[in-house]
Design a protein around this ligand. Sequence first.
Ligand SMILES: Cc1ncc(COP(=O)(O)O)c(C=O)c1O
Length: 334
Amino acid sequence: MAHIFHVFTKHPVPATLAAECDACKNFVALHKNQQGGVAFMPMGDIVYLNGAFTQRQDARISPLDRGFLFAHAAYEVTAVYGGRLVDFEGHVSRLRNTLDAIAIPNPHSAADWEDLHVQLLHRNGLQEGLIYLQVTAGAYDGRDFAGPDVFTPTVLLFADHRPLIGPVAEHGIRAIFLNDIRWRRRDIKTTQLLSQALAYRSAREAGAQTAFMVEDGYVTEAASANSWIVTEDDQIITRNLSSDILPGITRAHVIARLRDRGLTVEERAFTPDEAYAAREIFTTSAGAMIAPVVQLEDRPVGDGKPGPVTRLVQRLYYEALGADVSKVAAWALA
Ligand SMILES: Cc1ncc(COP(=O)(O)O)c(C=O)c1O
């Protein structure tokens, strides 16, 4: 695992060592094959579960947990860059909204949540990647739909080492269109993710890396990201907030950065035809930050390469994280 971690963090182990290590060889092969796609990345070994940090393989959750039985659970995904949490305030505030909406008592203050995240990232040596936070309605001695009056939550945090400013950001991805078959409360971040899991499987089968979901003739969002287009006349458009989409924390950050620069973001729904006609398309999410979409179904977006507005958004966002763009994303400066 240590070798894989070195390969992944771009501090290569000596070639001979990597060549002797099957896990490293497999990791490198998989990563190369799937650049721009779904890639295996090492998960952090230490997790936090219900009050204690523990080895991931030792963590145990009840089979009667309502997260497992009913998807009665909230989650959040916070990016870590340069060993620091990104946009944490937004994530903890959205978590509060989700928990309120699904009747789970919030077990921690914002400061305690932050402390748990920071401890977890230190314990896992996480420099670049994601921290997942899952809060379920917990388990009690029974299974019925309504459950007890007051839930005692199960809290799990785990870390995922992955490059956030990497090949996807540099080269872009391909998207397909799919019908949006999700439930009506997409504005809260729950673990009801079956339709998105299936959307990713359909995208992969079609040789794409994500799906743009369509409802009533309009794009809602991408499978796990907010979607943006830049029109022929340079209008920057992303869908307005409502219960139809998740209020992305990255989306809000990008809107603020663009407005700081005096640029206008039009918040409205757009159609698949507008997306086909767009000069540029990108998505925003904690998990992939700013991902250019360079192909939509079988058509190139613009000239088939990430465009200047996408590159500007990437630069603004990476700079806000404290990244040295000339070193880690020189391609975004062109
Ligand atoms: C459906 C959906 N929309 C948008 C987003 C982007 O949200 P954020 O920027 O907070 O990661 C996500 C992230 O997982 C998502 O699942």
